[in-house]
Structure formats: C-alpha cells, structure tokens
Design a protein around this ligand. Structure first.
Ligand SMILES: Nc1ncnc2c1ncn2[C@@H]1O[C@H](COP(=O)(O)OP(=O)(O)OP(=O)(O)O)[C@@H](O)[C@H]1O
Ligand SMILES: [Mg+2]
Length: 315
C-alpha cells in the first residue's frame, strides 16, 4: 500500500467579483507516493502546486476527490484522528518567518510539539530529544534553543521547521518553495537534509518552479499545467524522454540540465482557455489536431512509471 494516494482531486475557486465562473485550480489530479521517496511537483506560477499541498495538509477542503494516507481517506477526519494525521503529515513553506510566533523562543516552539502530541514525555527527555534533532539538522543546540525567531536566519528557521518534523517522526513532508529565499550554500545544505530525511524513511513532496532543482533532488517528477498533472513518473524518464508537448517545451529551453531555469519568470497563462478545448494545453500546443477539440485526454502509460496526459502520447 502506498503512503499517500490522491484520487481525482479537484479544487474549484470562484473567479471574479461575483464568483459566477469557477477556476479549477486543481483539476482531477491522481497520484501515489511510496515511502522514502522525494517527488517534485513542478509547474509555472498559478499551475496549482500550492493548492495541491494545502489540500493534502487539510488547510483547504477539496471540491471533490480523495486523499488517502496509508489507505485511509482523510478528507473527512476530525478531532483525535486529525491530530494523529498532523503527527504524520507536515508542511514547510517558503517564508519561514511567518511560521513562527515571534514571542516564543525556539525551545518553547519545539516544546509545544510535546505538549500537543506527547504530553507525557518528561522534561529531561524533551530537552535531550530537542538537542538531538537540532544537531541532526546541522546546528548547535546551545546556540539555537534560547533564541527568538528574529535572532535566526531564514535558513536556520527552515531547519528548525524540519527539526520539528523529526520530533514528530513525520511520514510525509510537504516542502513548498522552501529554498527559494536562501543563499546558494544554505540551499545545498537543506537539499542534502531532505535526502537524509528520505534515508530515514520519510517522503517529501518538493514543490518548485525550478526544473534543475527538481532534477537534482527527486526520484519522481510531476509536471503541472493549469491544474492538471500533464506528465509524471521517474525523474530520469520525464527529463530524458519527455513526451507531453508542454514538458518538451520546458526542457528544450534548458540545453544543459544544470543550468538554472526558473519557471517563476515565465508568463502566466490565461485562466480561461479561449478555445474551450477539453485539453488545457490546446491553445499553445504545436501538435494539436481536430481530435483534441472533442476528446478529453486521459493519462497514458508510455513506459513503466511514466505517464502522460495527451491524446497523442500513444501515437
Ligand atoms: N483562495 C483562493 N481563492 C481564489 N483563487 C485561488 C485561491 N488560491 C489559489 N487560487 C488560484 O488558483 C490557482 C493556483 O494557485 P496556486 O497557488 O496553487 O499556484 P502555484 O502553482 O502554487 O503558483 P506559484 O508558483 O506562483 O506559487 C491560481 O490561479 C490562483 O490564483
Ligand atoms: Mg505556490
């Protein structure tokens, strides 16, 4: 059984002042994530990446579809079960400063994990565990624990958020643009840290604009375009044998994979397609034909663990 299974997940938002039209920010998305895997969710601005993360974190409710953790549908859970869910699934976001209460020192922030999830843990054991997790994210506990958030850097705060997930023994971490505000060497440290988490059996959904980062870090890659996953599978396969015309277009613009290529600098596609074709890429697609105007594309498996949402993928 996979760790996370997402089935036909859809989230609509009202569009415009009166909300008559609706935007499918996430549109019929399905995928599975196994244990000990890093999966990148890549796509240009507005493609729905953060919305997928928020749905999994239950910060917003799906319009339809299911999210199963270890086989259990979590879309309706509440109370104790919800708390148990947050012991296993946690998120780290782009701006670490906003995740901290400025009046609490770091030891208090971490102690709250025990208060909330393991209240029976004695104080001395709490302290030892806090020191352990801070050391394992590459920092000195004596320098960190007595400080306030504003006394630490963005990279240090992100590491503390990751340390927090270690206290909880999280099974799935959702990391949304976590390293975009960090300098190059801190970036590498955080990336390596995510690799260590994988070694401990944790899975990570790594949300990014940055194709090269995604390639560097992930076992699997999901490419999003306007709410759909248009291509997904083993990172090597998606990057070296791209099939969807959108993925091809993205990768053709990157002659060397290690050249930095950041999708946040790209234009944002129109929210509502002008042709109304069932394929959302129709308006931009160089290989479209009449079929694409009438038939909705379905995911096609083009090789083992490599799927594409395109009518022409099977041709
Ligand atoms: N609460 C909301 N109400 C209305 N529309 C929303 C809401 N949240 C997101 N959207 C819209 O849903 C679409 C997807 O947004 P989302 O934040 O998931 O994109 P993203 O891929 O994370 O983009 P970025 O790379 O810029 O972070 C966008 O068009 C956005 O404007
Ligand atoms: Mg986002």
């Amino acid at each position: 059984m996979s760790l996370l299974k997402v089935q036909n997940l859809t989230k609509e938002f009202p569009l415009g002042f009166f909300g008559k039209e609706r935007l499918k920010a996430v549109d019929d998305v399905s995928f599975e994530i196994e244990r000990s895997r890093i999966v990148s969710l890549i796509g240009e601005s507005g493609s729905g990446k953060t919305t997928v993360g928020k749905l999994i974190l239950k910060l917003i409710r799906p319009s339809s579809g299911q999210i199963l953790l270890n086989g259990r549908d979590i879309t309706q859970i509440k109370g104790r079960e919800l708390r148990e869910y947050y012991r296993k699934v946690q998120g780290v976001f782009q701006d670490p400063f906003s995740s901290f209460n400025p009046i609490y020192k770091i030891d208090r922030v971490l102690d709250m994990v025990f208060e909330e999830f393991f209240p029976d843990t004695p104080a001395s054991e709490r302290r030892t565990k806090m020191e352990e997790v801070i050391a394992s994210v590459g920092m000195n506990p004596r320098e960190i624990l007595g400080k306030y958030p504003h006394q630490l850097s963005g990279g240090q705060l992100q590491r503390i958020l990751i340390a927090r997930t270690l206290l909880l023994n999280v099974e799935l971490l959702i990391a949304d643009e976590i390293i975009s505000m960090l300098d190059a060497s801190t970036r590498v440290d955080i990336l390596n840290l995510l690799g260590d988490l994988r070694e401990r059996g944790m899975s990570v959904i790594f949300i990014t604009h940055d194709l090269s980062l995604g390639y560097y870090i992930s076992d699997e890659t999901f490419i999003m375009y306007r709410g759909n996953i248009v291509e997904m599978g083993d990172t090597e396969k998606v990057f070296h044998n791209p099939i969807h015309p959108y993925t091809k277009m993205l990768l053709e613009s990157v002659p060397e994979i290690d050249r930095k290529w950041d999708l946040s600098k790209r234009f944002i596609p129109e929210l509502v397609s002008s042709s109304n074709a069932p394929c959302k890429y129709y308006d931009r697609c160089p290989i479209r034909d009449e079929r694409c105007l009438v038939q909705k594309p379905a995911m096609v498996e083009v090789e083992e663990n490599h799927k594409v949402l395109c009518l022409k993928a099977g041709d």
